[in-house]
Design a protein. Sequence first.
Lengths: 113, 112
Amino acid sequence: NAGVTQTPKFQVLKTGQSMTLQCAQDMNHEYMSWYRQDPGMGLRLIHYSVGAGITDQGEVPNGYNVSRSTTEDFPLRLLSAAPSQTSVYFCASSINGARQPQHFGDGTRLSIL
Amino acid sequence: GENVEQHPSTLSVQEGDSAVIKCTYSDSASNYFPWYKQELGKRPQLIIDIRSNVGEKKDQRIAVTLNKTAKHFSLHITETQPEDSAVYFCAALGQGAQKLVFGQGTRLTINP
């Protein structure tokens, strides 16, 4: 049982580049979410999903897109990377609610130059 | 909106002693209060949570208490061990805004 799997673990981008952060869970959880964590701070919700085909914005959605074509996968896309998006990104799943994260992936450490 | 204050920001205790971390919240309608542990460079881990209809919850060496009247909740770790060293975050979910607001974190160090 792998839980929540994120790839890649590290990435360096140039300003203006785009990329997709992958997230997959094998627990059949309906709720999935993406958070970013900046140094010394808690988590901030970017986007979330309450089930396949349903997504919504969190508190800091600008510059990011998500999709949820299957229960298992919830990729996060950076449209045009900016230095302000340098952060650690965590994907999470839950059986209780999108704003009640239970299981987190290992994170993606993203640097935008 | 909801505001969560967490204290202390750092806490150092001797191995075997107890550690207590406190959080206060502002939204009286908040109904879900999780605690996360995050070791350096690792993922957050949900270690315990409590809902507004319960005053206390325990899981082995970890307990959380909730005082709705005073709007504060606390994490209690007994018989601390070196592996308890980490940053601990509290959070509160506002019923109205449905926003999970995090505290600033407490860096707990267990001294052998």
